[in-house]
Design a protein around this ligand. Sequence first.
Ligand code: COA
Ligand code: NAD
Length: 763
Amino acid sequence: MKTQLWTDAVMTTRRINGAKVEVVLPAKTSTVQSSAHAIKKKRNNFSCGKMAQYSRVSGTVGLITLQNPPVNALSAAVRQGIVDTVKRALGDPEVKSVVICGQNGVFCGGADIREFGSPMAGPPLVPMIHAIEAAGKPVVAAIEGVALGGGLELALGCHYRIAHSKAKVGLPEVTLGLLPAAGGTQRLPRLTGLPAAIELITTGRHITAAEALKLSIVDQLTDQSGVDAAVKFAKSVAEQPLDARRVSNLPCPCPPDLDALFEAAMQKVRRRARGATAPVACVQALRAAATLPYARGMQREEELMATLFTSGQARALQYAFFAQRAAGRWSMPSGARWDGSEPKPVRKAAVVGLGTMGRGITVSLAQAGLSVIAVEAEEKPLKEAKQAISGMLQRGAARRGEAPALDLITYSQNLRAVADADLVIEAVFEDADLKKRLFRQLSAVCKPRAFLCTNTSSLDIDLLAAQSRLPELVVGMHFFAPAHVMKLLEVVYGSRSSPEAVATAVNLGKRMGKVGVAVGNCRGFVGNRMLSPYFEQGLFLLEEGATPESVDAALEEFGFAMGLFRMSDLSGIDVGWRVRKAEGLVQPGAAVRVRQGRRYSPLGDLLYEQGRFGQKTGRGWYRYDNSREATPDPWLHGFLEAYRARHGLAARRIDRREVLERCLYALINEGFRILEEGIAAGPEDVDVIYVLGYGWPKHRGGPMFYASMVGLTKISERLEYYQQAHPDVPYLQPCSLLRRLVASGSPPVHKWREIIKKTHSHL
Ligand code: COA
Ligand code: NAD
């Protein structure tokens, strides 16, 4: 039998421009390919390479329409189409000015990300945009929908930009590990000034047309058809001189203290995304715009892009982009697909329990434009919740310059108020009996086909569904705190949940601006289940000689926004204690270090007994003296020494490598178990959960992508090594899916689903 061998991509470090950069060899994309979309609308006349169409309108205006659904990305064929149609328009003596637009009300979503990683084909963007800028006839960009990345760079090469008032523009390349390398870093600051360009390019933020007008990125807004307005405008500027309209001719306005500006910008990007190289390169390119003539600035932009393009970080971020979009394409182990079943419309939703989570969920629903019935059991908490929710809505609306959606919420103390809701989300205390009772009550008062959802973080969905008349309409909607901010939503399906219920919950999440990932029903679902061995390894490391600050430093240097002990202090040491207590693990006095047949660390329980709950009590793994700033605590160091002495544990020096390997590989191994059991449909789903919900550094793709970069063989070998050193920690044993993947030659991450599917079909 022939065994197919896959080679793991090799991640290596190179020094470029004095900075350490991770480079992946060979550079082969592992993106989840997106499906081709049908071109729905066609204009007549001349069509060039199918991807840019040319017509003459209004007698003297050459109209070029980009055609590459869904977002008219600048694929090789589109670029070729633009080159050809621009040439045609400029050569047509009847044409006095040119308009570039995109079909279906979308100007352009930028470079075609699906082409990254393949050898470059078709005409490059930079000379194409230069040729447009150098044209002797005015070229007007008609921006509808979005002009992002290369799309905005194309528009910046035009002489005028007319935008529809609902359009959005931006240079989001940094979010894909890149910089805007078709002149974006050189042209944008010439229009907006440096501070705004630094902010836009280093964050990749999409801005509204109104903000773009204020920043001089666009010249005019329209509420009518952007194309019609641009054609009219193009006629009006037909014979006007163009020199002052060529953005590359403009000086880059510089504030007096450039060094201070760039120093502050560099510090900010380093703080915001620890270890991410693209934001740093963006700042360097913008500095070139400020200090070098345009042509040399362009050279610098190109050099910096070359360092980023093949980097492991760009690859990881592009993987994350497609992973987020693939997360919705989920199928149940039975083969039923939620995306094949229609989500039911939800016009009115209800939230029961208005504590930390219920408030955030209510805000998020109202902000999405839904009518919400918000229910609390007692008068005082209801009043407090109403005040808090109104405040959150008002602050959010003020930030966005909108009116707050206060009128969409009806408050009640009576559960019967939810009777006409299409979907109910319960967020009462994490108490199985209380939730069971509530599900029985909801089943009695709700309309017959209402969906009943629970925000439980640990209870069995089937147990709650069993209380309902129609268990197929019950799913978990596991939001993350703060629920109106965090983008992740785990949609948990029980054994009887229907695909329609999952579809409805995922779809509602999407309306709320969340990425809904459908996951199976098990203890901790996906995110919290993987967190458990990660956290426990941290505790074991403390027992063996580490300090909270040494463990956190290693994880934060890896890229986590917060190390595990700082995170534990933030979410509350008491929360974990309650979960362990419910599982029968907590014993007062905490003398025993083996529980339920395996190694157990009672350190968290001991802190709980001391009243050290974390930030909320000012003391936890760290101390917090009237601030949220974590300060290493000598008391804790003494406590750890006494603990080790009591248990005869000799402290040893633990290096960064061991911290990372033990915490991260234990978490990754649990991720493989989750895939093996079909709790998550594929590695992309696990990665989306970790990046959006658990602070995993996005430029490392997610735990499963990271595992594929490190190499599955290495992960497996190191796990075995640690398992031999700690035989009383069974979860360090590489799980069978990991071993099987290693045995089949460590296929790249986008091939794992096939192997998992085969494994399931053999069972
Ligand atoms: N290249 C290739 N495909 C792209 C794309 C691009 N630049 N931008 C979007 N797509 C695809 C998505 O993968 C998705 O494909 P699928 O339906 O097969 O999953 C489809 O277009 C729709 O995108 P989605 O994000 O689901 O739609 P949306 O309406 O929520 O958002 C955008 C549209 C354009 C705002 C968003 O897709 C986006 O931000 N795209 C990236 C823009 C960018 O970074 N450009 C610079 C590239 S260097
Ligand atoms: P919380 O204690 O802040 O709020 C619970 C609220 O429910 C309280 O306001 C209480 O008055 C109300 N309540 C209790 N019984 C009620 C009843 N019968 N009818 C109406 N209201 C009732 O709790 P929380 O942190 O918001 O957690 C709520 C749920 O969300 C739990 O299941 C929890 O596991 C889950 N969750 C919490 C977080 C988090 O970070 N806090 C994250 C994800 C999920």
